[in-house]
Structure formats: C-alpha cells, structure tokens
Design a binder for this molecule. Sequence first.
Ligand code: SAH
Length: 236
Amino acid sequence: MGDMLKIQKDRVVKLEEWEQRWEENKIGFHKSHVHEMLESNIDKSLSGRTGVRFFFPLCGKAVDMKWLADMGHSVVGVEIAEKAIKQFFMENNLTYNEEPVPAIPGAKVFKNSEKNISLYNCDLYSISSSVVGQFGAIWDRGSFVAINPGDREKYASLIISLMANDCRYLLSTLMYNPEFYDGPPFAVPGEQVHSLFGERCNVEQLVSEDVIEDRHRAWGVDYLIEQLYLITPKIS
Ligand code: SAH
C-alpha cells in the first residue's frame, strides 16, 4: 500500500483543469440518480435527526443535494466550476440568487432559499467555519478522491474543523491499481483514512464493494473498490 500511494502522491490537477472539464462536458463522475451508498446508509447519516445541515465539499451538480433538501435538510456545497452550480439549479428546476461572499474575495454564493441550498463558487480551501459554520452531516463522494493527494492533510483538517460535535461524516473512497490509471479519482488506502482522521475521530468502515463499470475498465483497471466510512468526532 505504501508503494501504491507513492505513484500518485505528486499528481496535481489545477482548478482551471476542472473548469475545463466542465466546459468540455467531461463529467463521467456525475450520476443522474441518488448515490446508492448514500441512499442505503442514510439512517447512519441522520441517526434519527431532522433538519440536518449537510455539507458537500466538492459538490459538482450531485442530485443527492436535491434529494436531501426535499427531505427537509439544508445543504451547503462548494464548487469551483460556476457551470456546475448553474446546471444544478437549472436541471432541478430551482431558481437561485447570486451574491458575493464578503469574507472571500472573488467568491460567489448561489442560493435557493425555499430549499435551503447554498452553493459556494470558490476554492474549497478558501472556506472556513467562520464563513459556512459547522455541520451535522457531511456527504463526501467524489471529493476526498478528487483533491490532489498532496493536499490530504490540509483537507482532513479543514473537514474536521467543519464538523459539529454531533457530525456524522460519510466518506466514500476508491481503491484500484494505480499502476494502470493515474486519476482522478485518486486511489485511497484505508490506512490513510485511519491515519488522517483516527486521532480526532472514530472511523468505522460501513461498506467495501467492487463497483467497476465499463467506463472504469476503459481506464485500464480491473477492479474498483468503493469503501464507505462513517466518521464521527471523538468527544473529549
Ligand atoms: N461530488 C460531485 C463532484 C465530483 S468531481 C459528484 O460526486 O458528482 C469533483 C468536483 O470538484 C468537480 O466538479 C470540480 O470542478 C470540483 N473541484 C475540484 N477541486 C476543487 C477545489 N479545490 N475547490 C472547489 N471545487 C473543486
């Protein structure tokens, strides 16, 4: 596993490259339906609570946001590609207001107030709990696996700083043979999830399943294990 990590550790995808992907519609990661592992583990996420504040770190135009909002939860997402945010609202027939974010130069927030969905158009690392508050739940799919491997520690500390005491963080990661494909998504070994979050949080693996499809086989890989973790703060 240590060696597998090394292969991708210096890979960098720039923000402009992500925006370019959206321009060119190269968004094979987008799912037109609610993510199966979110749907089948929603009880683990909610734990009986209603009106939960959900955070979507790199949100794209995930339909999961609409699904949760329709259930009465509120949603905050962050996404660098304005095109993704506009498509999210349009494709879900939601109107939006666009406002600047005084605390973050250049950032905008797109809001639908009836549904309580606020999507920040900026770099994830420019947000903090002083801007967006803390969250009762986080849905992390296509986010931890999408950030540059060299940024994982920075990412984990940001996420931990956004967790309320009762936060339930569902993290989906992927593992495949990185000799055959250089990402993104980047491969994440389970040991690293434990080493990044284990000191401050309880880490429980809920699911581990081969989810390979033809579009992944085209990358050259022959397995793609998706793992779902439930991460909760250790209350000290
Ligand atoms: N979670 C979504 C999107 C996954 S793809 C889903 O599952 O469909 C990763 C997304 O993160 C892309 O839409 C990309 O534009 C965005 N992104 C990548 N790096 C970012 C960063 N540092 N800040 C904000 N958005 C970023």
